[in-house]
Design a protein around this ligand. Structure first.
Ligand code: SME
Length: 159
């Protein structure tokens, strides 16, 4: 596996496309889930300099912290709690422009202002969620959701 990612593209969509292509190539045939989740978290952080990016993995009735990049975070989140637990319960991506307006938001860091959470599916079951946080209000849009969903759909095939 190569050691660096090349940033290219002018629009956010082009940048996501370039990143996803490189991640697919770099991960190649690796089958280890932790290695793949760790490199995707690192790739997103390196490419877009998000405040926090990482995975929570479904374990019975809770989400458990998985590979991530950024400040230390909550270890466990119950089903239906916070943005992550809600995305799991609702089985859909959640875009939160202002975390203070999301009922039950879990503030792992008081610096986090907006957030997007994408579920990862395997055989129609949610197996994990990707959580991306920003320290800026309203920092994500439908382009982020579209490409992070594409990334997660592919990633779930290599877990
Ligand atoms: N804010 C998330 C918790 C995870 S941390 O932000 C990393 C939530 O409400 O589910």
């Amino acid at each position: 596996m190569a050691e660096s990612l090349l940033k290219s593209g002018t629009t956010k969509a082009e940048q996501y496309e370039a990143l996803i292509q490189q991640l697919m190539h770099l991960i190649g045939g690796e089958k280890n889930a932790i290695a793949n989740l760790a490199n995707v978290a690192a790739g997103l952080k390196q490419y877009f300099d998000f405040f926090w990016v990482g995975f929570y993995l479904v374990e019975n009735t809770e989400l458990v912290l998985g590979p991530f990049q950024g400040p230390i975070a909550c270890n466990r989140i119950a089903y239906g709690r916070g943005v992550c637990g809600s995305a799991w319960e609702q089985k859909k991506s959640l875009l939160v422009p202002n975390v203070e307006e999301f009922p039950g938001h879990i503030a792992c860091s008081s610096l986090s202002k907006s957030e997007v959470v994408i579920p990862l599916r395997k055989n129609d079951l949610i197996i994990a969620v990707l959580d991306v946080d920003s320290d800026t209000l309203n920092d994500f849009d439908e382009v982020d959701v579209l490409y992070l969903e594409k990334l997660c759909d592919w990633l779930s095939t290599v877990l």
